[in-house]
Design a protein around this ligand. Structure first.
Ligand code: NAD
Ligand code: MG
Length: 390
């Protein structure tokens, strides 16, 4: 029996992974080590009971009594707090899914890699904030990192190991999000509710808004750079409103391989879960005749300034990824809370990057979790202070 752990089990990715485990035999087929959640005690306890997990961890420390009560008599251990979430990653499991949202996902993922485990990585923020650190640890310990972000899973599936050095271009597609076809002058007045709807994918609220701003794709360009080791100019972004082609890999001989599939994260999660084998997954077949047409267009730089910030971050290297991610998280909090406009987010992030670039050590990649968190903290402060500074 293979053993699994899910960090961020109660989120959108976590629920999809849970669905796959339940549909493929549940507790009879999988040994579940740890499940973690942020605040949703009832759902976490329900999942832990269904999969007969060893331990369930809730990130919010104040919720420990509630979790204990919800798990009473189940035989599942209860724990709480950020430290307990990270420690759960030390428990040996054959496969660990990193599906916490934001920089909070880095700590457990790093620990899985430090013990040489297999990390299925949905939390793109880990690679953006600490790509060197994570990949360096993996190289040292022999850990396996499998991409779960749909585009990166698609690239991974299109790579031909015999000819890796012949890859000329990797293209990540982007749906364009909620405001793809809005007149540019309307964007400043976009509401949180409008930004929180996605044309094709059902995802958590934060990544949905990041899709509308293209910060999601900005993170993904950096993620591709860190994970596949490609320079910025060999990573392209193409707007593809139908979200059927997830990525393309172009080779030096003129051949381009594309990965197609329905916009359902259970494909990428299931691919990583069963890798290197392909198992039957509960997904509708692709029906291209019904789809009719697939369209593509160049991303508009004026609509999505986040994309050029990603290029800037790759050029800067060092701590720039940690700064961009944290500033983006702060700007997103500020937008959701109504403190800044949708179109202000890029300005706040650019400001934080400018401030950080003047600080000692910015050019050096963070060498520890503590260093990442130190950059994270100043970047959040700088992004929050952007209004005052502007
Ligand atoms: P979500 O908001 O639906 O779920 C996030 C999970 O993390 C929840 O279990 C939540 O309780 C937990 N969490 C939140 N803050 C936490 C904290 N401080 N400490 C511990 N746990 C915390 O998010 P999601 O859409 O499932 O995305 C998860 C990750 O996967 C993100 O990094 C996202 O970028 C990535 N991703 C998501 C999708 C998607 O389709 N949803 C696609 C590709 C990549
Ligand atoms: Mg993606």
């Amino acid at each position: 029996m293979r053993s699994v752990s899910i960090f961020g089990a109660t989120g959108s990715i976590g629920e999809s992974a849970f669905d796959l485990l339940i549909r493929s035999g549940g507790a009879e087929a999988w040994r579940t080590v740890a499940l973690t959640g942020g605040r949703n005690v009832a759902r976490l306890a329900e999942m832990a009971r269904a999969l007969r997990a060893e331990i369930a961890v809730i990130a919010d420390e104040t919720l420990l009594p509630d979790l204990r009560a919800a798990l009473a008599g189940s035989g599942v251990q209860a724990a709480a707090g950020a430290q307990a979430v990270a420690e759960a990653a030390d428990r040996p499991a054959d496969w660990s899914l990193s599906a916490i949202v934001g920089a909070a996902g880095l700590a457990p993922g790093l620990r899985v890699v430090e013990r040489g485990g297999t990390l299925a990585l949905a939390n793109k923020e880990s690679l953006v904030t600490a790509g060197r650190l994570l990949m360096g640890h993996a190289a040292r310990t022999g850990a396996t990192i499998l991409p779960v972000d749909s585009e990166h899973s698609a690239v991974f599936q299109c790579l031909d190991s015999e000819n890796l050095d012949r890859v000329e271009l990797v293209t990540l597609t982007a749906s364009g999000g909620a405001f793809r076809d809005w007149p540019l002058e309307r964007l400043a007045a976009a509401t949180v509710a409008e930004a929180s709807t996605h044309p094709n994918w059902a995802m958590g609220q934060r990544i949905t808004i990041d899709s509308a701003s293209m910060f999601n794709k900005a993170l993904e360009v950096i993620e591709a750079h860190e994970f596949f080791g490609l320079p910025s100019e060999r990573i392209a972004v193409l707007v593809h409103p139908e979200s059927i082609v997830h990525a393309l890999v172009s080779y030096a001989d003129g051949g381009t391989l594309a990965h197609l599939g329905p916009p359902d994260m259970r494909h990428a999660i299931g691919h990583a879960l069963h890798w290197p084998r392909r198992e039957k997954l509960p997904l509708p077949p692709l029906d291209l005749a019904r789809q009719g047409s697939l369209t593509f267009r160049e991303p508009c730089a004026a609509r999505w300034p986040a994309l050029s910030l990603a290029r800037q971050v790759i050029a800067q290297g060092g701590a720039a990824g940690a700064v961009l991610n944290a500033a983006k998280e702060q700007a997103l909090d500020d937008f959701i809370a109504g403190r800044i406009r949708f179109t202000d987010m890029a300005g706040a992030v650019a400001h934080a990057l400018d401030r950080a670039a003047g600080q000692a050590g910015f050019g050096r990649s963070p060498g520890s979790l503590a260093e990442v968190l130190a950059w994270d903290e100043t970047a959040r402060r700088d992004a929050a202070g952007w209004r005052a500074a502007a």
